[in-house]
Design a protein. Structure first.
Length: 126
């Protein structure tokens, strides 16, 4: 899962195998390891939840809950993504954008492993 943060906007981009895992298990996780201890890990978790979007932060753990109906539709269709403004417990707003990750047009093979075929690349090939 690629994580991009810009101000109060959180963007999560999932590769094909991550979308499949999210569909099957209801959860996908990304960690950044600063050290071996749990408190030295920055962790993002995307989970299927109940009826509303929720984002929670506790220490170095950020959990994003997406309604199961939204998650199921997104993972079983060609929909590229979804966006939602979420009010936190502290009355601030975070804009969440969750998308399927497409191949980079620059041809970076490592970044493209497991990504969805980029429609722009197939258009230029024709």
């Amino acid at each position: 899962m690629k994580v991009r943060i810009s101000g109060n906007k959180l963007r999560l981009r999932l590769k094909q195998f991550e979308v499949a895992a999210f569909r099957e298990t209801g959860m996908v996780t990304e960690k950044m390891l600063f050290g071996p201890e749990v408190q030295q890990q920055l962790q993002f978790v995307l989970k299927k939840g109940d009826n509303k979007f929720v984002i929670e932060q506790s220490g170095t753990l950020i959990q994003v809950y997406v309604p199961a109906t939204v998650a199921d539709r997104w993972t079983s269709t060609d929909d590229v993504g979804f966006e939602e403004a979420i009010t936190t417990n502290h009355r601030s707003e975070i804009v969440l954008l969750v998308e399927k990750d497409f191949e980079c047009v620059d041809g970076n093979k490592e970044d493209n492993v497991g990504a969805y075929p980029n429609p722009r690349m197939s258009e230029s090939a024709s």
